[in-house]
Design a protein around this ligand. Structure first.
Ligand code: SF4
Length: 347
């Protein structure tokens, strides 16, 4: 398989130039041509360099096969790769800038019981170029619809467990973070995991991005019902793996907490969360469960959400309630799955 140009950092390109005996004076224009305006190549890069690189690398981006727009401004793209497999990528509007939620696998092996994606199993890992490609296509669409939009931030919260595909995700993050390429700041990227311990330990070699753990219950028996991989990597092991990261003490980390009616929102949960998170730089992100067809779990009422929030605040925990976006097009957290029947086709 030919390497995608979107899986390469500036250093990779410098190596590619040197290996081929090309002058590095054209490197800067080559990179700008790749990400901004390919007409630069005609004026500033030797034609044999362009011809040779065009032959040696894969320039293809995923194709947008469908687009769904939510009433709240969220846009869900169905992206298709060369092998016809598809993932979903979600553009989420916030007051000042957009965020793009990226998929890292086609399907997912983690089989979380609250997640629509988990019901389809893992088809394959995405390559770094396919992860970056989702961003570039969604950003291109955004600029066509909002020419003044700032460069969107990135969340790795789409289909797949990012740390189950850790090498390709790391490579994609390096490309996003590369100031000569996409140039996202490290704090403009957030990686969310269900606690895949072998991948957590590898985060020490990543650029220092924001981290989030899908916690959802402080009790292993309950958490295992939601996230089966918790049977193999229980909460204690997950927290220890995070604690061993050199930068974790100086950075805030988000603990995602899916609120499910009659399941994980009583006094005992508040007490156990206090015990687990006090003394850490932790922010709890409360997310009312998004029902999907066939899910057995129920969404709490707004009153129940507020009551649980207050219980946590009373324990001096930092808490946010995430407003779910894109519910009407199944673009919200845990709802991504290619499913023709479960949505309205807009484009
Ligand atoms: S919640 Fe994430 S890790 Fe769990 S099945 Fe869904 S996509 Fe996979």
């Amino acid at each position: 398989m030919t390497t995608s140009v979107y899986a390469m950092t500036t250093n990779d390109w410098a190596r590619a130039f040197q290996e081929r005996g090309f002058s590095l004076s054209g490197l800067h224009f080559w990179l700008d041509g790749l990400y901004k305006d390919s007409s630069l190549w005609n004026r500033h890069v030797a034609s044999n360099t362009v011809t040779s690189l065009r032959q040696d690398f894969d320039f293809d981006l995923p194709q947008i096969s469908k687009i769904l727009k939510s009433e709240d401004g969220t846009v869900k793209f169905q992206m298709q790769f060369k092998d016809q497999l598809e993932v979903e990528t979600v553009l989420i509007p916030f007051p000042k800038r957009y965020s793009i939620c990226l998929s890292t696998q086609v399907g997912c092996a983690m089989n979380c019981s609250f997640c629509y994606t988990g019901t389809q199993g893992l088809k394959r890992h995405l390559k770094a170029g396919e992860i970056v490609g989702q961003y570039l296509k969604a950003y291109e669409w955004l600029l066509q619809n909002d020419a003044k939009a700032l460069k969107p931030s990135v969340v790795f919260m789409g289909q797949g467990e990012p740390l189950h595909n850790v090498d390709e995700v790391k490579k994609a993050i390096e490309v996003f973070n590369d100031t000569k390429l996409i140039g996202l700041g490290r704090r403009q990227m957030t990686l969310s995991t269900v606690g895949f311990v072998p991948g957590i330990s590898q985060l020490k070699d990543f650029p220092k991005i924001n981290l989030a753990l899908s916690l959802h219950s402080p009790f292993d028996d309950e958490r295992s019902r939601l996230i089966p991989v918790n049977l193999k990597y229980p909460i204690k092991d997950v927290m220890q793996a995070f604690d061993e990261l050199p930068f974790i003490k100086s950075s805030f980390m988000t603990f995602e907490y899916l609120m499910i009616q009659d399941f994980n929102m009583n006094d005992e949960h508040a007490v156990a969360l206090e015990a687990l998170l006090t003394g850490r730089k932790a922010v709890i992100n409360l997310i009312p469960f998004n029902p999907f067809p066939g899910s057995g779990w129920k969404r709490p009422s707004e009153k129940e959400v507020e009551e649980f929030r207050q219980k946590l605040v009373a324990k001096k925990l930092r808490v946010m309630v995430r407003s779910t976006k894109g519910d009407d097009i199944l673009a919200a957290c845990g709802q991504l799955k290619i499913d023709q029947q479960a949505r309205n086709y807009v484009r």
